[in-house]
Write a protein that binds this ligand. Structure first.
Ligand code: URA
Length: 213
């Protein structure tokens, strides 16, 4: 018989408290087995940052280094992001960083674990955690880094290539913007493209500061 039940999402792992703190959410997310990615990742990599942060940055999913360390954006993309935030005049310690999907999805290639893009089902399964983080933090500004985060918060029709840098009012936050993922900058085909794209990324991040005044 065909199983027509919708795939499970993380809702049943949320704390019973209707207004859980970020710390309570983090503890509950550590036990999440709502999608098969918990079998692949070493641990749940939950968001991090001050509970009063006005800015939330949302990436795709933890990478290899984040999976081992248990912290978001600590690998090469995170280092690039740190530099870009500093260049944009934004103190990363005042920003909450998280991911649309909280387990590392990867495939084995030789000895290496290669990043594999999360699918719509995994993004949907993990969405209750992102929604709960937003509800607990109530950020003034959310920045989606790349297409997966934009899909999670702005819908599947949203195209970062066409709408990057635009600021929207949304049910999630007074200001939501999407831009490229820092990994895309690391993959730029040549130095000139990388520098140009990095400058654009920094300029987009810098627009956040005016939204916080
Ligand atoms: N890429 C992401 O989207 N998130 C991380 O935490 C690291 C790399």
């Amino acid at each position: 018989m065909i199983d027509r039940r919708p795939p499970e999402d993380a809702s049943r792992f949320l704390p019973s408290d209707p207004h859980p703190s970020l710390a309570a959410l983090r503890a509950a997310a550590a036990e999440c087995t709502a999608c098969p990615l918990h079998l692949l990742g070493t641990q749940t990599v939950f968001g991090e940052g001050p509970p009063k942060a006005k800015v939330m940055l949302v990436g795709e999913q933890p990478g290899d280094q984040e999976d081992r360390a248990g912290h978001p954006f600590v690998g090469p993309a995170g280092k690039l992001l740190d530099g870009a935030l500093e260049a944009a005049g934004i103190d990363r310690s005042l920003v909450y960083v998280t991911n649309a999907v909280k387990h590392f999805k990867w495939v084995q290639r030789g000895k290496r674990r290669i990043h594999s893009k999360p699918g719509a089902r995994e993004i949907r399964a993990c969405h209750p955690w992102l929604a709960a983080e937003i509800a607990a933090l109530r950020p003034a500004v959310i920045v989606c880094l790349g297409a997966t985060a934009a899909q999670a918060l702005l819908g599947r029709e949203f195209r970062v290539s066409r709408q990057r840098g635009e600021v929207f009012a949304s049910p999630h936050a007074p200001h939501v913007m999407a831009t490229v993922h820092p990994s895309a900058l690391l993959r730029a085909p040549d130095q000139a493209t990388r520098e140009r794209e990095l400058r654009r990324f920094i300029d987009e991040l810098a627009t956040i500061t005016s939204l916080l005044e």
